[in-house]
Design a protein around this ligand. Structure first.
Ligand code: HAX
Length: 441
């Protein structure tokens, strides 16, 4: 059995025993109250999930196994001559719970290289779609086509024991992550580069090879991809893509089905698709104002116009965060180092100054600060990746790391099918009048 699999098995057995003891002793302890308003507002603030890989703090932002993004940029192993973390290291950290050594990371890279073969029928399935199909639709269809390879589905059909679920899920997770860059690059080259595909380079790391297959050989772009794939990977368990993956997995759907579900959620404009919406919005603003670098005053007026049209300002606001997203800051630092004079990057920084006061003045928006999506597109455009409809696919490849690591934990810890209680408004009204118990079945 492989090194990471052994380490994951050992860790998950310990945690599983701990949870059993914990529930035995404290299982009936209350951890919060649910207000009526919360069940009508997207369950905001209700603690109802356990996700081991990362934890989001409203003020400090995301921490992966306790490590913040600035800490990870220091502590995780890097490519030779590189200064950004290798996403392989983040995956190891999320899965095993410990910081990886250089050797551990090289091991993950080589495992993913070994498992990266994509069967031909997947490419044929992508080719069956009209070329103008949105890249996220192509991506989800390709993940579904890959499902023929699921170890979990095959072994379950043959009668898999409950205690072995995690092992088949682990194998599917590793296969999927290994194959996603090839599939994603295929979609990009098909749609935007006349179908001129680029073969993988087995000497490169996972993100470096992805950049290579997309057609970008610039070393700074490869560094951007390593950073990008690291910071987009996970944002605890309640966000739409993570929660959808976890929820579908609770029915014992295999990891391919689960990831496709998560990616369908990521493709929504209030979630991952916001990264394309940001650049689209900036391009439209520049076109309308007929200037490459709009002033802060011009941006302020344009934001007001967007709001008056009943639209959201993409890249701003968050359901949990109440500060500037550290993932935005990490990209800003990358921009200051690699692309400081780029007019689009400067515009993103001007928007950062102009937007929050306008959103604050409305009085209803809980978080006027930028999220991860406010910055990512400008850096991609700088290196020539201007096809913004593709951006959410990049996000999706990264998000697979977190949601699939979590799926391994879900099965290793034996979590049951998820089934929260819902009510009708009619019942709520009766309950308010004292005519009914809200918690009937
Ligand atoms: N522009 C305009 N209005 C906004 C807004 C924004 N950026 N952010 C929030 N609001 C509005 C909400 O639509 C809501 O309006 P109504 O009361 O009229 O319905 C009100 O302010 C209160 O919303 P909230 O409680 O502050 O925010 P929510 O938790 O409901 O929503 C969202 C969080 C991220 C969906 C929201 O801030 C938004 O739509 N932002 C723009 C889209 C975006 O950038 N999404 C990406 C988020 C990060 C992510 O998941 N990346 O993948």
């Amino acid at each position: 059995m492989g090194i990471i699999k052994d380490r994951f098995r050992a860790k998950s057995e310990i945690v599983s025993a701990e949870i059993k003891d914990l529930l035995k002793e404290h299982g009936s302890k209350k951890i919060g109250e649910v207000q009526l308003s919360q069940i009508y507002t997207g369950m905001r603030g209700i603690t109802g999930l356990v996700t081991e890989t990362s934890l989001l703090d409203a003020q400090d932002g995301i921490r992966f196994r306790g490590y913040s993004i600035p800490e990870l940029r220091q502590k995780l192993p890097k490519a030779p001559d590189g200064s950004e973390p290798l996403p392989e290291g983040l995956f190891y950290l999320m899965l095993v719970g410990d910081l990886p050594t250089e050797e551990d990371v090289q091991h993950v890279t080589s495992v993913w290289q070994r498992r990266s073969h994509v069967p031909n029928h997947v490419f044929a399935t992508i080719e069956a779609l009209p070329v103008n199909t949105h890249p996220m639709t192509q991506f989800v269809v390709a993940i579904m086509a890959l499902q023929t390879e699921s170890q979990f589905a095959k072994q379950y059909a043959q009668g898999l024991s409950k205690k072995d679920y995690w092992e088949a899920v682990f194998d599917d997770a590793m296969d999927l992550i290994a194959r996603l860059p090839r599939v994603a690059a295929y979609i990009y080259r098909r749609k935007y580069k006349k179908g001129e595909h680029i073969q993988p380079n087995g000497l490169l790391d996972w993100a470096g090879n992805f950049a290579h297959m997309l057609g970008y050989e610039n070393e700074e772009f490869k560094e951007l991809m390593r950073l990008y794939m690291t910071i987009h990977a996970d944002h605890e368990g309640g966000n739409v893509s993570a929660h959808a993956t976890h929820l579908v997995g609770s029915a014992l759907s295999d990891p391919y089905l689960c990831l496709a579900a998560g990616m369908n959620g990521l493709a929504g404009p209030l979630h991952g698709l916001a990264n394309q919406e940001v650049i689209k919005w900036i391009f439209e603003m520049r076109d309308e104002l007929k200037t490459e670098i709009p002033t802060k005053e011009q941006i302020t007026e344009y934001v007001k116009k967007t709001l008056n049209e009943g639209r959201v300002v993409p890249g701003y606001g968050h359901a949990v965060l109440r500060q500037t997203d550290p993932r935005f800051i990490a990209q800003m630092e990358f921009g200051k180092r690699h692309t400081p004079k780029d007019p689009l990057v400067q515009t993103v920084w001007n928007i950062y100054e102009a937007v929050p006061p306008v959103l604050q003045s409305l009085g209803k928006i809980k978080n006027p600060w930028p999220n991860v999506d406010a910055h990512s597109g400008a850096l991609l455009v700088h290196f020539g990746l201007e096809e913004y409809e593709y951006y959410t696919v990049l996000f999706g490849v990264s998000r697979a790391l977190g949601v699939l690591a979590s799926l391994c934990w879900d099965r290793a810890l034996g979590y049951p099918i998820e089934r929260p209680k819902s009510v009708t408004t009619k019942l709520v009204k009766r309950w308010l009048k004292g005519e009914d118990e809200i918690w009937g079945d």
